[in-house]
Design a binder for this molecule. Structure first.
Ligand code: SAM
Length: 127
């Protein structure tokens, strides 16, 4: 079983100002199938390699801590079988709120169903 929690991390003192500039809704726009976009190409690539990594049997354990999860869970789906607990974390309130909406099954939560189905289907297994 995959359990997911959200926790805040200490703010990084340099680089991008995610709290002020990162837009979770815009970012989530890249995680939709059905459009031949750069987002879909990235999603296909990332899901394939997350699957290969987590089904290899090499990366496994009790707790997986994902630092900088953003508003997304696609990166964690293939890990559900390899870890007892998964902790998603991000330091921006907006991203944590997006994850919370999904955890609580709120109506305005991003619909991860197509991505979950795609990962479950494992079209690239053995490739
Ligand atoms: C480009 S997004 C990546 C989101 C997601 N991991 C993915 O693979 O699509 C980078 C995320 O890292 C978060 N982040 C940046 N620095 C961080 C820090 N020091 N601690 C926690 N989260 C951080 C940002 O808020 C942002 O949501």
């Amino acid at each position: 079983m995959c359990r997911l929690g959200a926790s805040t991390m200490a703010q990084f003192t340099g680089g991008d100002d995610y709290q002020a500039e990162f837009d979770p809704k815009a970012y989530l726009g890249y995680f939709k199938f059905g459009e031949d976009t750069l987002g879909e190409k990235y999603l296909n690539f990332a899901l394939k390699h997350y699957c290969k990594t987590f089904t290899s049997g090499v990366v496994k354990g009790d707790t997986l801590i994902d630092i900088g999860s953003g508003p997304t869970i696609h990166q964690l789906l293939s890990a559900c079988e390899s870890f007892k607990e998964i902790i998603a974390s991000d330091y921006t309130d907006w991203n944590l709120r997006e994850l919370e909406k999904w955890l609580k099954n709120e109506p305005e939560a991003f619909d991860w169903t197509p991505v979950v189905k795609y990962v479950s289907h494992v079209p690239w297994k053995g490739n």
